[in-house]
Structure formats: C-alpha cells, structure tokens
Design a protein around this ligand. Structure first.
Ligand SMILES: [Fe+2]
Length: 166
C-alpha cells in the first residue's frame, strides 16, 4: 500500500513511451504539489481546486493513451487488457467526480485519504497497466513510424513542467 507521502519518481515507472512518461511525471508532480498545499490547510475550496485540476489533466492523459490504443489496435489485438485498462481510467474518473460531488455537499476528505487513494491508484496503474500497454506498443511498431511522435502542443502546455523536479 502506497502512503500519502510524496511520490519519489524512479525509472521503474517508465513505460518506454516518452509521451506517456512525460505526462506521468506531470501527474506525479501534480500529486506532490497537492500534498504540499494540503499540508498547510485543508479547505473545501482547495480540495475543489486540486481535484478539478487533477481530473482535467487525467482526462487529457487518458485520452492520449486511448488514442494510442486505437491507433495500434490494442482493442483488436489484446481485447481483455485494453478493456480492463479503459475501465481503470473510467473508475478513476468516476471516483474523483464522486469526491467532487461530496465536496459540493460539504463532505470533505482528509489529506491522508485523498493522497493515499490518488498515489496508490496512480502507482499501481503505471506499474501494471500502463507498463503492460507500453510493452504492447513497443512490440507493435511504436517508434518505427514518424507519425507516432506527433504531439498536440496546445494541450502539452496545459500544465507547466517548469516547476517539475524531474
Ligand atoms: Fe493508463
């Protein structure tokens, strides 16, 4: 079980897919920033802001991965893994949406509860589900064609990397 302490990035978390790895670093950085901000004070406004920003970036990130799934026919070639992966994304989004609905009704969550859930989910998902997908992509020609390196700069700048410790 992952604690609510800040996540220390290490190379075990690399999927080998640079676009995904860079986004994972942003997500880890976002959780660690949230951890530091919530250590000072836990208010409804702060919880709403943190979960809103996190959900926004997570949805963008999930769409990046799911676009690669479609591009490389993950659903056709590894249907069970692909469906499980997509369900994990959906489950995460639904959980954060439910937390946000609770905030609206003044049901706050503790820093420890929120960060334990977020850290645990992200690390488990990266180490098992995303790495598995990274291996699939590398085994199916990812990086062999120039088209795989395209990026959407307007979205990449959604979250600044300037403050990233990585
Ligand atoms: Fe994923």
């Amino acid at each position: 079980m992952i604690s609510h302490e800040p996540i220390l990035w290490n190379d075990d978390y690399l999927t080998g897919i640079s676009r995904i790895d860079e986004q994972h670093k942003v997500l880890v950085n976002t959780l660690n920033e949230a951890n530091a901000r919530l250590a000072v004070n836990v208010t409804r406004e702060l919880l709403e802001q943190i979960t809103r920003d996190l959900l926004s970036y997570a949805l963008y990130h999930f769409e990046t991965e799911e676009a690669l799934m479609r591009e490389y026919d993950y659903f056709g070639q590894s249907a069970a893994d692909a469906e499980e992966h997509r369900q994990e994304h959906r489950g995460f989004s639904q959980k954060v949406v439910a937390l946000r609905e609770g905030l609206r009704d003044d049901r706050l969550v503790s820093r420890e509860y929120l960060l334990s859930f977020l850290n645990n989910w992200l690390i488990h998902h990266i180490l098992h589900t995303d790495k598995q997908f990274g291996e699939f992509l590398q085994g199916h020609g990812y990086g062999a064609e120039p088209k795989t390196e395209k990026t959407d700069k307007s979205q990449e700048s959604h979250k600044s990397l300037d403050s990233s410790p990585f």
